[in-house]
Design a protein around this ligand. Structure first.
Ligand SMILES: [Zn+2]
Length: 247
């Protein structure tokens, strides 16, 4: 099983858990009514998602709903796999639902990856993610567009950040303290040559200028904890991280 670490932030009755693995991260919101999953890693991460729930004293039966920051296989796959044995709704931004259902796929193709596969870091990354199901093209046929998320555990608030994919969404939780930024704003990646706040490379991003605008808009948030889709958790003023990512 993929090794994982869990970092938790408490705001009142809500605990926000950042689950980090080598290849990708996910987030679990927990309160007395159960848990909300935000993303779930690759298909091969389903057992690691269960393990992360166990580590926080929860279980898949307590999932009241799952949210996708976006429908790339490294965020959707674990949720799709988990759902084969457990019943819960999966929500995405209305613009992203078609992607989650695989009406279309906005993802780097094997040919895109082949062009950069001469780099040792890319080969290491591929040897990590292919066994995790990176080539799995299945979606979630009954994914739903989200509207009001306030009834879900942790009461996340969606922040549209279209660009990385056409309907990418960030989420604010913990009364505004925590921003879950998905792949709009990350803090590292197995094939990135730099550490710290950054935007993912062009090969992974559907619309680069739109993503940069979306990241710029995150500077208006009050968050002091950033939980990205890739790389470590960041503590500090999100506006500073935004500036670093855009320079
Ligand atoms: Zn992505």
């Amino acid at each position: 099983m993929a090794s994982l670490t869990v970092s938790s932030i408490t705001n009142g009755d809500v605990r926000t858990h950042f689950v980090s693995t080598a290849a990708v991260n996910w987030v679990i919101l927990q309160d007395d009514s159960g848990v909300t999953l935000i993303d779930g890693g690759y298909p091969g991460h389903a057992s690691a998602v269960v393990e992360s729930l166990t580590q926080i004293g929860s279980a898949p039966e307590e999932i009241r709903g799952a949210l996708l920051t976006h429908a790339h296989v490294d965020h959707l796959g674990g949720i799709a796999a988990l759902r084969r044995g457990h019943s819960f709704d999966v929500f995405a931004d209305p613009e992203e639902v078609g992607h989650a259902r695989r009406d279309f796929l906005e993802q780097a193709s094997p040919a895109d990856i082949a062009r950069i596969a001469y780099r040792p870091s890319v080969l290491r990354w591929l040897s990590e993610i292919v066994p995790l199901g990176a080539l799995d093209k299945s979606g979630i046929a009954d994914a739903l567009p989200f509207t009001d998320l306030s009834a879900l555990p942790g009461a996340p608030v969606a922040v549209p950040t279209h660009g990385h994919t056409r309907g990418h969404s960030a989420f604010v939780v913990g009364g505004g303290e925590v921003a879950v930024t998905g792949d709009a704003l990350v803090s590292g990646h197995m094939i990135s040559t730099v550490a710290g706040p950054q935007c993912l490379g062009h090969v992974f991003t559907h619309d680069v200028p739109a993503n940069e605008d979306a990241v710029a808009s995150l500077a208006a948030l009050d968050a002091t904890v950033v939980m990205p889709g890739h790389g470590p958790l960041l503590r500090g003023d999100i506006a500073v991280f935004v500036e670093q990512a855009l320079t």
